[in-house]
Design a protein around this ligand. Structure first.
Ligand SMILES: *Cc1c(COP(=O)(O)O)cnc(C)c1O
Length: 358
């Protein structure tokens, strides 16, 4: 078998152990003679898997019954619209603008014609850092994106506002421990396809009292309360995605949980940022205090060399290193499933490429 080293931004690497387990169970789930894709989402077998996955999420994030854990569809993108639709309460919704993904969320607030305010932004410097963010105590909610996938910036610690905090954690889901109480998190969500499985499932953790704000005019399928009341089974959920997500949760447990995963993630990030900082050939995009442990955006400051880097990396079985089209340059996405050894190989390649082209 020959597997490439996968530095793609999303969909992205899934742990090999997870893929192999899914493969082994693909036609015969737990010796029952059917695949998990082929049975009712309301049957015993799926129900058990589903509830186990929810329990694992609760355990990892240490959250109680005041939160609902939902597995939805429509991607993180649908959440941009669903959030104001459900939890805007007629006051002010505040947003921190740290890149394309928050811009898209802000656009949906605008379309819904709610009273929203952008209270912090790093747009004037092309989103190269996380600005200082302060939300009003009495805002309906304060909205952030914890990791900005394109620019490679990340909140090293989340804000702790008095108002409910809403977090788009699509690209750093399950990468570190988060204290929901300390940060007064009201809604925490992300698509699975960056750090937690295949595309098609969106994890939404929402405080039940926030979800209860929803107005009667909101269509039934777009209400969190509909899915809370039905334990995400108001309609057919993405059963295979939930299954894959559950296998990823097991894998994280085997690695020692979120704190162990975070330690490895810090080592991986230190390795590549040291590589960038120790040379004048490469330049990192994000300001040092805002650097992401998940996405590392950098460049040789020469578009042709960047292209050559991507091409030669591919020839050396490393994929996904082309920067996002908005930023250009290079990007290494080093999610949970990317190993320390993968990073060693990438850094060796970076040194060799610099030696030949520097
Ligand atoms: C990828 C991404 C999204 C969009 O996710 P979709 O599932 O494609 O809707 C939103 N926010 C962040 C931070 C992302 O990285």
């Amino acid at each position: 078998m020959s597997r490439v080293l996968n530095f793609s931004a999303g969909p992205s690497a899934i742990p090999l152990a997870v893929l192999e387990r899914a493969q082994a169970e693909f036609t015969d789930y737990h010796g029952l003679g059917f695949s998990i894709m082929e049975v009712s989402h309301r049957g015993k077998v799926f129900e058990e898997l589903h509830n186990n996955a929810i329990a694992k999420v609760r355990e990892f994030y240490n959250i109680g019954d005041d939160y609902a854990v939902l597995f939805l569809q429509g991607g993180a993108t649908l959440q941009f619209a669903q959030i104001p639709l459900n939890i805007y309460a007629g006051g002010v919704a505040e947003y921190a603008n740290t890149g394309v993904w928050t811009q898209k969320a802000i656009k949906e607030a605008k379309i819904q014609n709610i009273n929203y305010k952008v209270v912090a932004s790093s747009e004037d410097v092309k989103f190269d850092h996380i600005p200082k963010v302060e939300f009003s105590d009495n805002a309906d909610y304060g909205y952030i994106c914890s990791n900005n996938t394109i620019y490679g910036t990340q909140y090293s610690t989340l804000p702790s506002p008095k108002c409910p905090l809403v977090v788009d954690s699509s690209s750093d889901l399950l990468s570190r421990e988060i204290d929901f109480k300390a940060h007064n998190i009201g809604l925490f969500y992300g698509g699975a396809q960056k750090n937690a499985g295949p595309a098609g499932i969106t994890i939404v953790i929402v405080k039940k009292d926030l979800a209860a704000r929803v107005k009667d005019s909101v269509p039934t399928p777009l209400r969190y309360t509909t899915q809370i009341e039905a334990n995400s089974l108001a309609n057919t959920p993405p059963t295979f995605g939930i299954y894959m997500f559950d296998l990823v949760l097991d894998w994280i447990k085997e690695q020692g949980g979120l704190s162990a995963i975070n330690k490895i993630n810090m080592q991986k990030a230190a390795m590549i940022y040291n590589q960038i900082d120790s040379s004048s050939f490469y330049r990192g995009f994000a300001k040092k205090d805002s650097r992401s442990l998940m996405n590392v955006s950098f460049t040789t400051d020469n578009a042709e060399l960047d292209m050559k880097f991507v091409k030669e990396a591919e020839e050396n079985s490393m994929i996904g290193l082309k920067g996002h089209r908005i930023l250009g340059g290079l990007r290494a996405s080093i999610y949970n499933a990317v190993s320390l050894d993968d990073l060693k190989t990438l850094c060796e390649f970076m040194r060799e490429f610099e030696r030949k082209n520097g």
